[in-house]
Design a protein around this ligand. Structure first.
Ligand code: PLP
Length: 373
């Protein structure tokens, strides 16, 4: 179906941070399959792990023991702020958020707080396209035409504490946010605001859900982006970069919350299958080693972009606001062999593979200079 306005190029192979089209023309990729291909293209360890797993076993369902999931879950929890946590595996970001919304509701039902089900989310946020995750997404262009939406969401502006305070009432069960809004234009939540959010959640017994689908797995220079702040989320959701290109999503929740999912509560046929987990294991190991470099190259990139205008974001999740629709810039850059993407209308988004080097940043900046001036 015609759901994407596709650019007129087909890529046939990739290598490192470069993609190649049918005519073998090379493109520097600063989008990485929309923040997915964390280790770039043709990473030897990732390719080997997937090929070996394909030869052994592709899928077993969740009716049987799944040691691949156990291993990846342990690795994810190891890096979470509390080791007292559990993981549910699925296949995408929307599915992870859908599950998180269900978990929040079930948690309060189990506690006997039947009317506590509402979740506060933020304008310009993005959580996915399924009914729950779309209803959590406070953007008219995403929701229009699909009404009635799932009931139970209240929307406020990011970084507006008074609005948030006013939105909280007895039925507020959760506050769900991205610490950097990706699809909304690389909008950063302020540290001071997030401190207050955490404080409110603690005081009112509200669950804090951080959507780390785009920001997680090293993208911002920390393994989870909430680590930049004094946050201790009850639930986080992951997808995109976790499989390095193989579809996998995850919900991590504090044990006390996770216990509301019991056999039969929730499920997914493919979720966390052996191939996805084989990939995730390599991605987590490799990203861990890359973190200092992600911060270094990210800072270098951010500084270089400042010559063109206002730059937002952290690590290798950056946005350059050009103040007008940037689709034209995207097309011109493509002609010159650079893949970038436009988000939030006027913001050029840079979410390259996390293996990107300073020399690639220089190459990107040179092309941008040509295009923007
Ligand atoms: N949450 C965030 C923050 C996202 O950026 C996205 C996708 O862009 C999603 C959720 C939805 O993920 P998916 O497209 O895998 O369903």
């Amino acid at each position: 179906m015609d759901t994407y306005k596709r650019l007129p190029i087909s890529f046939v192979k990739g290598e490192g941070v470069y993609l190649y089209d049918e005519k073998n023309r090379r493109y520097l990729d600063m989008v990485a399959g929309v923040a997915v291909n964390a280790l770039g293209y043709g990473h030897p360890k990732l390719t080997k792990a997937l090929c070996q797993q394909v030869e052994k076993l592709m899928h077993v369902s969740n009716l049987f023991q799944n040691p691949w999931q156990d291993e990846v879950a342990s690795m994810l929890v190891e890096r979470f702020h509390t080791k007292d946590a559990k993981v549910f595996f699925c296949n995408s970001g929307a599915e992870a958020n859908e599950g998180a919304i269900k978990l929040v509701r079930k948690y309060f039902k189990d506690k006997g707080e039947k009317n506590r089900y509402r979740i506060i989310t933020f304008y310009k946020g993005f959580h996915g396209r399924t009914y729950g995750s779309m209803s959590a997404t406070a953007q008219e262009k995403i929701q229009k035409g699909f009404e009635p939406l799932l009931e139970g969401f209240d929307y406020v502006n990011l970084n507006k504490l008074d609005e948030l305070r006013r939105a909280i009432n007895n039925s507020t069960a959760g506050i769900m946010l991205e610490v950097i809004q990706g699809e909304g234009g690389i909008n950063e939540a302020e540290g001071e605001f997030l401190n207050k959010v955490q404080e409110l959640c603690r005081r009112e017994g509200i669950l804090l859900i951080v959507d780390e689908v785009q920001t997680g797995i090293g993208r911002t220079g920390r393994f989870y982006a909430y680590e930049h702040f004094d946050l201790k989320p009850d639930i986080i959701t992951l997808a995109k970069g976790l499989g390095g290109g193989f579809p996998i999503g995850a919900i991590i929740a504090r044990d006390e919350v996770a216990r509301s999912f019991i056999p039969g509560s929730h499920g997914s046929t493919f979720g966390g299958n052996p191939m996805a987990c084989a990939c995730a294991k390599v991605v987590i190991e490799e990203v861990e080693k890359l973190l200092p470099k992600i911060r270094e190259v990210g800072d270098y990139f951010k500084n270089a972009l400042k010559t063109f205008g206002k730059v937002k974001g952290k690590g290798l999740m950056l946005g350059l606001d050009v103040g007008e629709d940037c689709q034209d810039v995207v097309l011109k850059a493509l002609e010159k062999g650079l893949i970038i993407n436009c988000t939030g209308g006027s913001v050029i988004r840079f979410v390259p593979p996390l293996v990107v080097e300073k020399e690639h940043v220089d190459e990107c900046i040179n092309i941008l200079r040509d295009v923007l001036t």
